[in-house]
Design a protein around this ligand. Structure first.
Ligand code: DX5
Ligand code: ZN
Length: 232
């Protein structure tokens, strides 16, 4: 994985057909997804349960791009080795998930993955200021984590602040929650480069009818690029 700030669309398979993950992953990648975003929830850090390392390892067999694993679990550290074994390229932990986020990010990199740090909507950008040399990605949650399909919380000022804090460091800013063609330009103008989107990508399509996924991904990318003046 090389670093760049081109807009990346990372569909969240939380909005996929849970009985058909293999075909859904292949469909979104064939339709232009840059990364595949995998939401791991524990029913404790967030009020919902999804899947653990064995399922994520099974998804890996279908992912040809980048598997971006977002842990909404606490604690994190006991599971880092299992997610490395499952084949995560990027492993993101929440700054709110435990008292020792430095240790967690160091352990993620030591296990051979890129390290991400996620912020709940109520956590200020400054919480990651001491972490920017230990992280490859900062994920700004623009909904309260736990469910897809919630409405976007406007945290563009926080994104702008983070972008300034990051400066020239090779650290991505990902936005997760309520991203669509209206909100993508707002956050990309503020400095985000990775757009996680569940409902706005999977809406209207299926593994049998994947062209809607392609149209949705292209529309989000176009909207984001027009906001930043990037070439379509
Ligand atoms: C929310 C998850 C998100 C979610 C985004 O807790 O982390 O990745 O699936 O879904 P949408 O795009 O529908 O808000
Ligand atoms: Zn997520």
């Amino acid at each position: 994985m090389t670093f760049d700030r081109q807009i990346k669309i990372a569909p969240s398979i939380l909005s996929a057909d849970f009985a058909d993950f293999g075909r859904e992953i292949r469909a979104i990648e064939d339709q232009g997804a840059d990364w595949v975003h995998v939401d791991v929830m524990d029913g404790h850090f967030v009020p919902n349960l999804t899947f653990g390392p064995p399922a994520v390892k099974a998804f890996r067999r279908h992912v040809r791009t980048v598997m971006d694993v977002h842990l909404m679990i606490a604690p994190v550290d006991p599971y880092i080795a299992a997610f490395a074994d499952a084949g995560a390229d990027i492993l993101t932990a929440h700054v709110e998930a435990g008292p020792h986020i430095h240790r967690t990010l160091q352990a993620i990199r030591a296990a051979g993955m890129r390290a991400g740090v996620a912020l709940n909507p109520g956590t200020p950008a400054d919480a990651v200021d001491p972490l920017l040399d230990l992280a490859d990605l900062v994920c700004v949650m623009t909904v309260n984590p736990g469910f897809g399909g919630q409405s976007f919380l406007d945290l563009t000022a926080k994104v702008r602040r983070l972008r300034a804090m990051i400066g020239d460091r090779p650290v991505h800013i990902a936005i997760d929650g309520g991203v669509d063609t209206t909100t993508a330009p707002m956050v990309c103008r503020a400095g985000a480069d990775v757009l996680v989107a569940g409902s706005a990508v999977f809406r209207g399509g299926s593994a049998d009818e994947p062209s809607a996924y392609g149209a949705n991904i292209a529309a989000i990318r176009r909207a984001a690029q027009s906001a930043t003046g990037a070439m379509a």
